[in-house]
Write a protein that binds this ligand. Structure first.
Ligand code: C5P
Length: 207
């Protein structure tokens, strides 16, 4: 079974995808981490004249075994990720990695922005998870504060809105909900309720 989970930043898609993967015993890939790793590798070089080639090289040589999710999850790395995500050759290198991941015999769950539309258009089930930007900013602020990071709701809301805009207008291919994706708005749902709603959708879709 292949499940595609897409949605904007902090919509809850990562948590839902992880829990669905555990429920069905499927491998899970958070594709945002790939873009974040490339963003982190080039975060100090964004003004360099050869920024694009550095980002492409980082994407082609990415080592997923060395990912530190805590370092990769900061708001600054998120912004750097959406910058490198606009480079077609970066996307090409990362797309290969994602399509390889889909070849697992038991199937897989991938979450990101373009899984249902480009990476896995033939997925058995597609979910598009969303929530208001205010709700998403509050969730992300709570997560980062709980980890002891010095962030404010206002700055996180600004970063989320900037990232939404950049992702919507990405010249390498703007993101949208796949026509055959099930929409799940988690604005008013707890994590548990959102997971149960997603599980019901997947069960119904499997028939
Ligand atoms: O999902 P996450 O917020 O970690 O993604 C970070 C950034 O990586 C996104 O804002 C987006 O620009 C980029 N991304 C992408 N395609 C994906 C996953 C993430 O362009 N499939």
């Amino acid at each position: 079974m292949l499940i595609a989970v897409d949605g904007p930043a902090a919509s809850g898609k990562g948590t839902i995808a992880k829990r669905l993967a555990a429920h069905y015993g499927l491998a899970h890939l958070d594709t945002g981490l790939l873009y974040r790793a490339v963003g982190l590798a080039t975060i100090d070089k964004q003004d360099a004249p050869d920024f694009e080639s550095l980002a492409i090289a980082a994407a082609q040589n990415i080592d997923t075994t060395r990912f530190d999710e805590e370092v990769l999850s900061t708001a600054e790395v998120g912004l750097a990720a959406s910058k490198v995500a606009q480079i077609p050759e970066v996307r090409k290198a990362l797309n290969t990695l994602q399509r390889d991941f889909l070849q697992k015999p038991e199937g897989a769950i991938l979450d990101g922005r373009d899984i249902g539309t480009r990476i896995c258009p033939d997925a058995d089930v597609k979910l598009y998870i969303t929530a208001t930007s205010e709700r998403r900013a509050q969730r992300r602020t709570d997560q980062l504060l709980a980890r002891g990071l010095d962030v404010t709701y206002t700055s996180i809301l600004q970063q989320i809105e900037k990232r939404d805009k950049d992702d919507r207008e990405n010249p390498a291919g703007a993101f949208f909900q796949a026509e055959d994706a099930y929409l799940l708005d988690t604005s008013k749902l707890s994590i548990e309720a959102a997971f149960q709603a997603a599980l019901e959708i997947v069960e119904r879709a499997r028939g």
